[in-house]
Write a protein that binds this ligand. Structure first.
Ligand code: EPU
Length: 419
C-alpha cells in the first residue's frame, strides 16, 4: 500500500493552480444522465472519485471519452442499465447521486444503499422521502433502493435538515418533473449552485440555487452542453492552512475566494494576512506562529466540516487553546488520535475537541482514515520534527489532485513510496 513520507520544517512558498471541485464534478457527472445529447465537462480534477464515477456510468452503458487535458465527453444515449451496484457505491457514497437523474428520466432505478462510513452514519432518508413526495414508489430490499415512477410531479418539499447531496438529487429529479418543485431548507453550498448553473445550461429552469429556497420548474427535456466545473474551495482552504501552519507565503490561482469567507476569516483571526481578487488568493504568514482559533462546523455559509480536520492541525501548533465543534457529522475526529501520537494536546468530549497548541509536533507513522483526515495529517507532517509516514493514502487520492506534486512545487519535502 502506498505511503507518503514527509520531512517537516519547510515553509511553503510560491504559486499553484487550484483544481476543479470534487463535490461539484461528482453531481455534474451524475447530471449528464439527464442530457439528451453529449455533454462536455471541463476543469475536471484528476481524482479517484471521478474515476469511480466514470466507471459507474460506464457500467450503465454510458459512453465516456477523456482527452489529455481531463475534459470529459459524456453521452448517455447508449445507456442500457439503470443500476448502481454495491461494489461501486460502497467505495463512493456520492454514487447515490445517480438515483434522482435515472428515476426522473427513465422512470426506474436500482441503486445500492451506501453502507457504513468512517465519519458518521450518513443516511439517505431525506433523498428517498423527497422522491416519494414527488410520486416515486420506493422499496428498500436486499440492500438496494428500488425506485419506480411515472413522470415525477412537482411538489413542496421542506427538508428536515440541510443535506448537500440530498438537495442535489432532488433538484436533478425535479428538472424533468411535471410542474414546479420547491425545496425549502435547501443546502446553499457553492457546489449546489454550480450544479444548478450546469442544469440551467442544459435547459432546466431552476431559480434560487445558493439560497435556502430553490424552485425547479420542470421541463420536457434537457440537452447536452459544455460546462466548466467550479474551483475547489476545500483544496484552496487546505493549501491556505498548509501555508499558515508552516509560516509561509503562497498564492493560489484559478480559485474563487468569495466562496471561502468563513475560512478566510478564521485564517485572519489566526494572524494570517490575506489578499485576494476574483480568481486568486494569497496568504502571508511569513515565519509567524498562528494563534488558536475556535471553530464550529455547520452548513454553508458557516464554517465547512470539510475544513475541520485541517484547522485542528493548525491549532495543534498554534499559540493558545482553541475549541473545535463538529456539528455536521457525529464521528469526524478520527485524525485526533493520530495527531496525539505526534505530540498534540487534544481533549475530545462529545462533539468538541479542545486543542492546546504545543511548541512542536514530532513525526510519527500515522494512518489516514478519511479524505480530510488524511489532508490534516499531511499538514501536521509538514510542521513536525522528523519524517512523518502517512499510511492509507488512497483516501487522499479520492479528493486531492496531485497533492504531493503541488506541495513539492511549494518547497515541501514530501514523496510517495510504494510500501
Ligand atoms: N443526513 C441525513 N439524512 C439524509 C442526508 C443527510 O440525516 O438523507 C445528515 C447526515 O447524516 C449529516 C448531515 O445530514 O449528518 C449532512 O450531510 P449531507 O447530506 O449534507 O452530506 P453529503 O451530501 O453526504 C456532502 C459532501 C461531503 C461534505 C458534506 C457536508 C459531496 C459528494 N459530499 O456530503 O464531502 O462533508 O456534504 O458539507 O458533496 C468530503 O468532501 O470530504 C466530504 C465528505
Amino acid at each position: 500500500m502506498e505511503k507518503l513520507l514527509i520531512d517537516g520544517g519547510q515553509s511553503l512558498e510560491g504559486e499553484i493552480r487550484v483544481s476543479g471541485a470534487k463535490n461539484a464534478v461528482l453531481p455534474i457527472l451524475a447530471a449528464t444522465l439527464l442530457a439528451d445529447g453529449p455533454m462536455q465537462i471541463e476543469n475536471v480534477p484528476h481524482l479517484q472519485d471521478v474515476t469511480t464515477t466514470m466507471e459507474l456510468l460506464g457500467r450503465m452503458g454510458v459512453s465516456l471519452t477523456l482527452d489529455e487535458r481531463m475534459n470529459i465527453e459524456v453521452d448517455s444515449s447508449t445507456i442500457n442499465e439503470l443500476f448502481a451496484p454495491y461494489e461501486v457505491v460502497k467505495t463512493m457514497r456520492a454514487s447515490i447521486l445517480v438515483l434522482g437523474p435515472l428515476l426522473t428520466r427513465f422512470g426506474q432505478a436500482e441503486v445500492s444503499l451506501p453502507g457504513g462510513c468512517a465519519i458518521g452514519s450518513r443516511p439517505v432518508n431525506l433523498h428517498l422521502h423527497g422522491l416519494e413526495a414527488m410520486g416515486a414508489e420506493i422499496e428498500v430490499k436486499g440492500g438496494y433502493i428500488h425506485a419506480r415512477s411515472k413522470r415525477l410531479e412537482g411538489t413542496h418539499l421542506v427538508m428536515d435538515s440541510v443535506t448537500v447531496t440530498g438537495t442535489e438529487n432532488l433538484m436533478m429529479a425535479a428538472t424533468l418533473a411535471a410542474g414546479t418543485t420547491i425545496i425549502e431548507n435547501a443546502a446553499r453550498e457553492p457546489e449546489v449552485t454550480d450544479l444548478a448553473n450546469c442544469l440551467n445550461k442544459m435547459g432546466a429552469n431552476i431559480e434560487g440555487a445558493g439560497t435556502g429556497t430553490i424552485a425547479v420548474h420542470g421541463v420536457e427535456k434537457l440537452y447536452g452542453c459544455q460546462y466548466s466545473v467550479l474551483a475547489d474551495r476545500i483544496e484552496t482552504g487546505t493549501f491556505l492552512v498548509a501555508t499558515a501552519i508552516t509560516g509561509g507565503h503562497v498564492r493560489l490561482k484559478n480559485t474563487q475566494p468569495n466562496f471561502l469567507e468563513s475560512i478566510l476569516l478564521k485564517l485572519k483571526e489566526a494572524g494570517a494576512s490575506i489578499h485576494c481578487d476574483a480568481d486568486w488568493v494569497e496568504i502571508d504568514m511569513y515565519k509567524r506562529r498562528p494563534k488558536s482559533v475556535d471553530i464550529c462546523t455547520a452548513p454553508y455559509p458557516a464554517f465547512p466540516t470539510d475544513m475541520q480536520a485541517q484547522f485542528t492541525a493548525l491549532n495543534c501548533i498554534a499559540e493558545g487553546s482553541g475549541t473545535i465543534t463538529e456539528s455536521v457529522f457525529e464521528n469526524r475526529f478520527m485524525h485526533v488520535q493520530e495527531m496525539q501520537r505526534m505530540g498534540a494536546n487534544i481533549k475530545v468530549t462529545g462533539n468538541t475537541a479542545i486543542v492546546t497548541g504545543v511548541d512542536r509536533l514530532v513525526a510519527a507513522p500515522v494512518m489516514a482514515t478519511d479524505l480530510r483526515a488524511s489532508a490534516s495529517l499531511i499538514l501536521a507532517g509538514l510542521i513536525a520534527e522528523g519524517q512523518t509516514i502517512v499510511d492509507r493514502i488512497y483516501h487522499i487520492d479520492r479528493g486531492y489532485e496531485c497533492i504531493e506534486e503541488k506541495l513539492t512545487q511549494l518547497g515541501a519535502r514530501i514523496r510517495r513510496v510504494p510500501h
